[in-house]
Design a protein around this ligand. Structure first.
Ligand code: GTP
Ligand code: MG
Length: 304
């Protein structure tokens, strides 16, 4: 049995005897002794009471501690709860911000779509094939299949580049030369597009007319169109490309000069004739084409 438990049981067994001791001491001689014994017993009693109170105090202290702990726990819980709340608030704030961002993006896209629609409407309102560029351009005209696109691409790249398909409408090409930029506009040579030739001639800086030197049968037709064009604009400089010189059947440039009646284009007009050829894709352009490009750059600069 543990030591503490034994002493505690002793305390309890003595307590019920105390009143009996006081009752059996009525004699005077013994009164002082009895008094002393009484005092002693009172002290003992107080001590015992004190001792009895100890566990109570202990309990109260424990309770106090527990309460403090509980309070701390509650405080901690509160702080955690607050932090969670804060987190939730921030999350919902972020969600809100993201939602707003998405809305702004949507609005932007809608606006863009609207603008594009409006743009398309403007384009549709114009003639179907009209190019957007309105600046002064170098016009490239001639019958279908003469080699306009092939020549233009080769001039732009300084490398031979055959066209892959007939031009349906317009073909605008920018060519950079030393210190300047030239804008070329080819209009398709097929029947439906020829009506646009006149319209653009008045806005052109100069005219490049391309003929297929080997297509003898169509040279008169080419001549007719060329003269109709230059009649409408008596001063526009003219550069003729006698193309496809690589072909065996090609007319020499003097024959082309004659077939196109170039002596009749007017004394006041600047006129030049070049024999050109677009041969193997990727090869260097012939020197005659390089010369033509330099001359065109000079003429265009003079006209601006
Ligand atoms: N052999 C040879 N073929 C050429 C030459 N130039 C162009 N061609 C070919 O001729 C055909 C017509 O050339 P394009 O450049 O499309 O002719 P275009 O004048 O632009 O024709 P449209 O756009 O229809 O008015 C293509 O198959 C070219 O590869 C050339 O100098 N020599
Ligand atoms: Mg073309």
């Amino acid at each position: 049995m543990p030591h503490g438990a034994t002493s505690q049981s002793l305390c309890h067994t003595r307590e019920p005897h105390l009143p009996a001791l006081r009752a059996t001491a009525p004699a005077r001689g013994r009164a002082g002794e009895a008094k002393k014994t009484g005092v002693k017993m009172e002290r003992e009693k107080t001590k015992k009471k004190e001792k009895g109170k100890e566990p109570e105090k202990e309990k109260i202290r424990e309770k106090g501690k527990e309460e403090k702990e509980k309070k701390k726990e509650v405080e901690k819980e509160k702080i955690k709860e607050k932090e969670k709340e804060k987190g939730r608030e921030e999350k919902s704030k972020n969600k809100e911000e993201k939602r707003k961002e998405r809305e702004t993006e949507k609005e932007k896209e809608q606006l863009k779509g609207k603008e594009e629609k409006e743009d398309n409407n403007i384009l549709l309102a114009k003639p179907l094939l009209e190019p957007r560029e309105k600046n002064k351009q170098i016009l490239v005209l001639g019958l279908d299949g003469a080699g306009k696109t092939s020549v233009l691409h080769s001039l732009a790249l300084n490398r031979v580049q055959h066209s892959e398909a007939p031009t349906q409408g317009f073909n605008a090409v920018c060519i950079n030369t030393e210190g300047s930029q030239m804008e070329f506009l080819e209009i398709g040579g097929s029947e439906p597009f020829r009506s646009y030739w006149d319209m653009y001639l008045s806005k052109g800086l100069l005219l490049i007319f391309v003929v297929d030197s080997a297509d003898h049968g169509r040279l008169p037709e080419a001549k007719k169109h060329l003269h109709q064009l230059i009649e409408t604009n008596p001063i526009i400089p003219l550069v003729v490309f006698a193309n496809k010189q690589d072909l065996g059947a090609a007319y020499h440039i003097t024959d082309i000069h004659e077939a196109l009646a170039l002596s009749e284009v007017g004394n006041d007009r600047k006129m030049f004739l070049f024999g050109t050829q677009v041969t193997e894709n990727g090869s260097e352009i012939p020197s005659a084409m390089q010369d033509a490009k330099d001359l065109i750059a000079h003429l265009a600069a003079d006209m601006q």
